[in-house]
Write a protein that binds this ligand. Structure first.
Ligand SMILES: Cc1cc2nc3c(=O)[nH]c(=O)nc-3n(C[C@H](O)[C@H](O)[C@H](O)COP(=O)(O)OP(=O)(O)OC[C@H]3O[C@@H](n4cnc5c(N)ncnc54)[C@H](O)[C@@H]3O)c2cc1C
Length: 335
């Protein structure tokens, strides 16, 4: 590509990652008058807030959440955000818990979790299909992407899963202090294989359409039709356990589908007419950084995400709120 086609976009703050952490940070900073640009490599915002379609024909069109299925609230600070999302009809309550030990509300995105992500992004400057490949710092950050655009900003925020952020720092030759680097390298994630299946008839999954199985192979089974996001298709999501996901990561899709659909047979009650497999390499963190974000003193660089708080949407938002507070202070804006 000739350099004359290159467009340079300036912001106060550039956020890598349009998952819920990045969208939370951008929302708070924008409310405070800071110009923020969010970059995401995928074609849609949301990251692990992910929804897809599997269609057979006009009469049978499945819509499936294949990452996070629902989220809960523990912290009153997070409840304030959730109340706004409920008022705006971006989310709704699915049920009061999926096991008798936990009867607090479970929320899901209206239009699927990616519909919720689109709602979060709707007033933000978000650039999808924009994979950051490297960056450098000299008075300002200069961020290179696979698109025909470069981005400049005073502050850089990384919200990709930590191993991906570390690879990007390496590709950019941006060193971290040794003890910080060591601590981030210790963070581990579970992987998760998801099977998405369109059934011919209604599933036999009992109301309200979600089951925590946690047996040898299946962690979670969901009926997206009962959940309300797939009105014209009996679409189910199967999440494998971390152990199964690790053991079968490199197996071909046909073997994975055979094993998981067989294991779920008691609950399906119907032939499978179409399916897909999705592999989440970084599904949820197993270990956590000891603070809710990481900020460098040497460089205007902040890292945030669920690995800095808890393996949930609440964890990601909590980390995002804390990181945004620090970034606002660095721009001289008080609460
Ligand atoms: C299978 C599964 C089940 C889950 N179940 C639950 C649950 O029941 N309850 C719950 O609360 N949470 C659950 N979670 C966890 C929850 O989804 C996450 O904690 C949360 O969504 C993390 O958000 P995030 O913004 O930190 O990261 P992500 O959503 O991973 O966002 C990171 C973003 O960075 C982008 N990116 C990465 N590298 C680059 C690059 N180089 N350039 C540009 N963009 C880049 C990615 O495309 C992605 O959009 C589940 C997750 C999965 C996968």
């Amino acid at each position: 590509m000739s350099s004359s086609n290159l467009q340079i976009i300036n912001s106060d703050c550039v956020v890598i990652g349009g998952g819920i952490t990045g969208l939370t940070i951008a929302t708070i900073l924008q409310r405070k008058g800071i110009k923020v640009t969010v970059l995401d490599k995928s074609s849609e915002v949301g990251g692990r807030l992910a929804t897809c379609n599997i269609d057979q024909d006009e009469a049978n069109k499945g819509i499936l959440d294949y990452g996070i299925q629902y989220f809960k609230v523990k912290n009153p600070q997070f409840q304030v955000w959730v109340d706004d999302w409920l008022t705006d009809r971006a989310i709704e309550e699915w049920c009061q818990g999926f096991n008798p030990k936990d009867s607090s509300p479970c929320y899901f995105g209206i239009g699927g979790m990616s519909g919720f992500a689109k709602y979060l992004a709707k007033n933000l400057d978000v650039h999808t299909n924009t994979e950051v490949t490297e960056f450098s710092y000299e008075k300002k950050w200069l961020i290179e992407t696979q698109s025909d655009r470069q981005y400049q900003g005073d502050m850089l925020v990384m919200t990709s899963p930590v191993p991906q952020s570390l690879s990007l720092l390496d590709a950019s030759f941006v060193p971290l202090p040794l003890e910080v680097r060591f601590s981030l390298e210790q963070l581990e994630y579970n992987s998760c294989i998801a099977v998405l299946a369109l059934l011919e008839k209604p599933s036999g999954i009992p109301a309200p359409g979600g089951l925590e199985l946690n047996d040898d192979s299946i962690a979670w089974l969901a009926d997206n039709h009962q959940k309300g996001i797939s009105p014209n298709g009996y679409a189910i999501t199967i999440h494998a356990t971390p152990k199964f996901s690790e053991d079968y990561w490199d197996s071909d899709d046909a073997e994975i589908i055979y094993k998981l659909v067989t294991a779920a047979a008691d609950y399906l009650n119907s032939p499978v007419i179409k399916y897909q497999v999705h592999r989440w390499n970084y599904s949820s963190p197993k270990t956590f950084h000891n603070e809710s974000y990481l900020a460098l003193l040497e460089l205007p660089l902040v890292m945030a995400g669920d690995a800095f708080a808890a393996p949930t949407v609440e964890g990601a938002v909590t980390s995002g709120i804390a990181a945004a507070k620090l970034i606002s202070q660095r721009f001289g804006i008080k609460d």
